[in-house]
Design a protein around this ligand. Sequence first.
Ligand code: ATP
Ligand code: MG
Length: 456
Amino acid sequence: MIRKLLRKVFKRPATPARHEPAILPVERHGIRREQLSPAARKVCAVLQEKGFKAFVVGGAVRDLLIGQPPKDYDVATSATPEEVRAAFRRSRIIGRRFKIVHVMSGPETIEVSTFRASQDAESTDTDEHGRVLRDNVFGNQQEDATRRDFTVNALYYDPGTETIVDYHHGVADIQQKTLRVIGDPRTRYREDPVRMLRAVRLAAKLGLAIDPAARQPIREMGPLLENVPAARLFDEMLKLLFSGHSMKCLQQLRGEGLHHGLLPLLDVILEQPMGERFVTLALENTDERVREDKSVSPGFLFSTLLWHEVLKTWDKKKAGGDHSQPALFEAMDEVLDAQAGKLAITRRIAGDIKDIWAMQPRFDKRTGKAAYRVIEQPRYRAGWDFLRLRAQAGEIPMEIVDWWDDFAHAGHDEREALLRQAPPEAAPAAKKRRRRKRKPAGENATPADDAVVDPS
Ligand code: ATP
Ligand code: MG
């Protein structure tokens, strides 16, 4: 409060001095308008025809410069949301505090936002740690550039002239493979601690080095992530895990000390030697799918990341005399609850996770009706994929996985034959007594199996 007042009295300029941007012609950057999606071009063209400024901005320009295909397109414009809405029949305004417009064109949705003013301390609401709570003032293009996070994200491409408007030397930074924060990194992280996670994700995804001035404060400022709402953190974690470079991102998070004590999930993932092979396989699998443009499911990924926690908790309960099935359900809830405080796993995703976990013991029952019921499960395929991952990690024999695949794809007579061949169900865990060492997982046994043994 007092600092704000002093700043007002002494009229310290809150934003850096105004400077003219570089206007880079196509010879300098090489991006032709044909490389953009048709929808992005059209949105800019329509707005420009109506006399507004309109540019493709952010990740798409950056990715094109680096030579990666853009994930989606954002457009920044001088038009207000209402003016954008009026220009496109298939569009809708979303967001209440700061409105943006989704413009639908063919199969694409383009996110169009009005130039925003930068977040200066005088005009912005912050919490007691300096985190910006409201960021809802329209501004001009120069201000819009200054409020963006990294220089490489503040590039404005005009499809009409094929020029890039570059206020913060972002093109040079891309050429030098550097991720640089716009403004003072400490101030920018304080305003929005998620920028630290974005730095790590973008550096890993794009093969950029984080500029030392931006990197150095991260270790010390990491705890500010504790004040970020859980839902926002969850969104950011999804982006990180589905970036196609999840292993690299997580290693880098660990390298920057960002995982420790901040995100319980990351503590679990990075510090469970027993489940490491399983988690590594799951992440590699996800990275591969993302890069091949195949669908990925958050429920599946989180179920793999947390599985060894469930196994550990489940096993403790069984060792304490609980029945296997209720013990599993209690363990599932406990593990998910432990995440809930920091990471708001949505209810739907939590449902998917539980379905996958709950199916696992049912794969042990290769008898008549029970087996038929398993393959009729709506989430059977995800459950089976999970089972396969367990086998690949050496937790169970691959024979079970193959058997279920044969069973699911066989005709009636073949199924009956498979059921006759199936070995009897694994002996249930001792109920009232301390559990002995878990049945060895065949010749594939690895340290991962030890994770299910009560260490006490
Ligand atoms: P990708 O879409 O590949 O994950 P992106 O940089 O496009 O990366 P978005 O979340 O789509 O990420 O954001 C679009 C743009 O909005 C960014 O390029 C950046 O200019 C700006 N931006 C996003 N998040 C922030 C933030 N926390 N602080 C400041 N600017 C941000
Ligand atoms: Mg984007």
